[in-house]
Write a protein that binds this ligand. Structure first.
Ligand code: EPZ
Length: 424
């Protein structure tokens, strides 16, 4: 089993180049199936989740060429509509393929996506909105058997929660539906805007991306395009955290500072100096972090749930007590037990976690529980006394490209020890 071996207490200093956003690349890759022609996607990160999405596209009949961070998808001859269970389970967000497959082929057959480490990942909102657009969905034996009678028909859709994935599925299904679809209470994340920009480049008529109300005028068909994926705001937050927790100084390049506006005041509350200018972000950290009074996760533009674990790692060595309220996912504190193995003082009650900062953490053998929880353990290891060994790295590989090399390049004492045999 592969593991990361981290020797803590080394201040980081240098330049980090941020990759393209995983949560933007995934729905955009699904949208290439809908485009039905050749699409060239630049700045696509090399991640296992992206590889899983590419495998689904190939299974549907797309021809894929990958050169570094550019993926070329030719969907012109693709006509598949089934996604096997094995591929569905590889990536939780594979449900976003449903809207694209149904819109293009008039049918779809896929299984319920696997749950994940964040608790059950329901898809009730996805199914409800697609039914409103005219998709007939039968659920039997863990499979979704879907068929469109004629063509999907646009309509007004109100989301009870600004679900990112449900908003994406509506966009993919409505882009070529007959008539107009208006989404009320749409997700406003930058990844939604990036998907809309991709679809507009393919010929879709979409207004209001990034706002609470999005209007899609269905067109008969889309065409190919060339698109560059936006920077990953959560990877940005992760390396900001690496500078902060080691008392270091990192210059992050190829970032979108406006996408981390909710995070900058949190880092400043810890005593970090954050300077942002076009495409770059400089983080200078104090010797000891100050506590963050309250972190409440919210839909964008609020504090992102994906940064909760990262900031909790910082709080665990800050001076004072911090309170976390996780309002988005029902069980997103799996990383707490592992941080406590390193000496963190954390108490969880339901969606609330209280973190009492300690002066130092102690290196220990820990296991990644999910993608961002795993990244939090790396951050904690960078600050801990002694050696931290981190296993179950498949979680980190879903969302971070070359994390160990990147950190080593700015002074971290971190080594990836490749295991023998499959990672369990
Ligand atoms: C996306 O997940 C991201 N994943 C998540 O990032 C991110 O944490 C989340 O948005 C919130 O920002 C991708 O983009 C691939 P939601 P998604 O639909 O679409 C409930 C990471 O670490 N819900 O906005 O699944 C759901 O259970 C990942 O990169 C329903 O109840 O998020 C959750 O509590 C983790 N029914 C809440 O809504 C539904 O049908 C937010 O879900 C759908 C969602």
């Amino acid at each position: 089993m592969s593991k990361l071996i981290v020797e803590g207490e080394h201040r980081l200093n240098g330049v980090v180049h941020i990759h393209g956003a995983k949560n933007s690349a995934l729905p955009i890759l699904a949208a290439t199936f809908l485009a039905g022609e050749v699409c060239e996607i630049e700045n696509c990160p090399l991640l296992s989740d992206v590889h899983a999405a590419i495998k689904i596209l190939e299974h549907l009949g797309c021809r894929i060429e990958r050169e570094g961070h550019t993926v070329r998808v030719d969907a012109s001859q693709a006509g598949g509509y089934e996604v096997p269970d094995t591929l569905m389970r590889e990536m939780r967000s594979s449900i976003v393929f449903l809207g694209a497959i149904a819109a293009r082929t008039g049918r779809a057959q896929l299984s319920f996506p696997g749950g994940c480490e964040l608790g059950p990942r329901p898809i009730d909102l996805h199914l409800a909105v697609l039914r409103q657009l005219g998709l007939c969905i039968d659920e039997e034996g863990g499979k979704l058997l879907c068929r469109v009678r004629g063509r999907l028909v646009g309509c007004p859709i109100s989301l009870s929660f600004p679900s990112v994935g449900a908003t994406e599925n509506i966009l993919l299904a409505a882009a070529t539906a007959r008539g107009t679809t208006t989404i009320f209470n749409a997700a406003r994340e930058p990844e939604i805007v990036d998907l809309c920009n991709f679809l507009i480049a393919c010929g879709a008529h979409i207004r209001g991306a990034g706002e609470g109300t999005i209007i899609i005028e269905g067109v008969d068909r889309l065409h190919g395009c060339h698109h560059r994926v936006i920077p990953d705001r959560i990877e940005t937050a992760t390396y900001m955290g690496a500078a902060a927790i080691t008392g270091g100084s990192l210059l992050l390049k190829e970032v979108c500072p406006e996408h981390v506006q909710a995070l900058i005041p949190v880092f400043e509350e810890t005593g970090c100096q954050v300077t942002a200018w076009r495409g770059e972000l400089l983080v200078n950290a104090p010797g000891r972090l100050r506590r963050i009074r309250t972190v409440r996760t919210l839909p964008y533009p609020g504090f992102p749930t994906d940064a909760q674990a990262l900031i909790m790692a910082l709080s665990s060595v800050a001076e004072g007590t911090s309170v976390f309220i996780e309002t988005i996912f029902e069980s997103r504190y799996k990383h707490v037990c592992e941080l406590m193995r390193m000496g963190a003082h954390i108490k969880v009650e339901g969606r609330v976690a209280v973190v009492e900062g300690v002066s130092t953490l102690c290196g220990a053998p820990v296991e990644c529980t999910d993608l961002r929880g795993g990244a939090a353990l790396v951050l904690a290891g960078l600050a801990a006394q002694g050696i931290t060994e981190i296993t179950q790295l498949q979680h980190i590989e879903r969302g971070y490209e070359a994390m160990a090399e990147t950190l080593a390049g700015v002074g971290a004492h971190i080594v990836l020890q490749s295991g023998y045999g499959a990672d369990t």
